[in-house]
Design a protein around this ligand. Sequence first.
Ligand code: NAD
Length: 344
Amino acid sequence: MTARLKGAVIGCGFFAQNHLHGWADLDDVEIVAVCDVDEAKARAAAEKFGITRVYTSAKTLFATEALGFVDIPTTMETHEALAGLAFAHGVPVILQKPFAPDLDACRRIVAAAAAANVPLMIHEDFRFQNLSRTVRKILDSGELGRLTFGRLSWRTGIDVYSNQPYLANVKRFMIMDVGIHLLDLARFLFGEADGVFCRTQQIKEGIAGEDAATILLSHEQGATSILDFSYATRRDPDPFPQTLGEIEGTEGTLVIGADQVLTVHGKGGTRRIAVPQDGRAWTREPWTQIQDSVVHTQRHFIDSLRSGVEPETSGRDSLATYALLEAAYLSAASGRLIHPERLV
Ligand code: NAD
């Protein structure tokens, strides 16, 4: 059997619980230590997941442990310093999205990883959902022909502010929190984008940033895509956290319906595909789709470390996703079409 790769998790907050469950599902990985500046959170995670070593300082963690990797599911303003510590100790890093507060910080982190020759992946999980992989396979089969149009729609009214209260105070809110996932998914499904137009809206009163946005992308291979997403949508049933939408090609159409049901219409007729969930013991609706994808993202990171192949959402690759985000904010502020390649 392959030796277990020893890792640590820095940040034991809300979403990290999914990471800790996910790592426990991977037989060839062992989380040997957890770290959180809030000791109670670190201790609670250690107890729940049977992890013996607890740290409140990342510096002490790296100085003490011999690690094969570190997982950093903290919020973005901590990423540069924490990843920098890992690079200084030659420890590969998987960082939660969003990468960093701005494109310059992302660039600095990528440069630091390259200078230290240490692998860096961004935990971008939408493209690792069972749904996204199934859609990608259908596109690869050529059944839809040449892609002409796509719409990815993520709209909900869930109270995001109770689990993640910091979101009410951030100036760059919805594109940074959810749009970044859809921008990455759009790259994954439709290829690189060379034009970005965006309109943002603040619908809920009393928050600092936008809680709805609509982005139009022109893709290098010819398709147009629309990404629309909102935390201010009153809908029953509420589809949270599902991405719905449609993809059109010269030969057919694929509709991404609720509950992971795809309808594919091509030359051979129309068929429905119900994309299964993994059936893990710890996942809970409505989060199952996302929770499954956390484990797939982690699996991809570990496989890429073992094989020495750059992960799909490496730090370097994720600069292109982040450039689309910056372009979207620039477009919303200026009312103009922005060319993201000029930003990278
Ligand atoms: P959180 O505030 O609940 O957790 C962050 C934790 O990190 C806290 O416990 C905090 O004490 C700890 N921390 C901060 N600085 C630290 C440091 N220097 N050293 C050690 N610990 C430190 O935040 P959250 O809601 O779990 O969000 C974390 C990230 O996860 C965000 O970037 C968010 O966007 C992302 N997220 C991703 C998804 C997804 O689907 N991929 C879903 C939800 C949240």
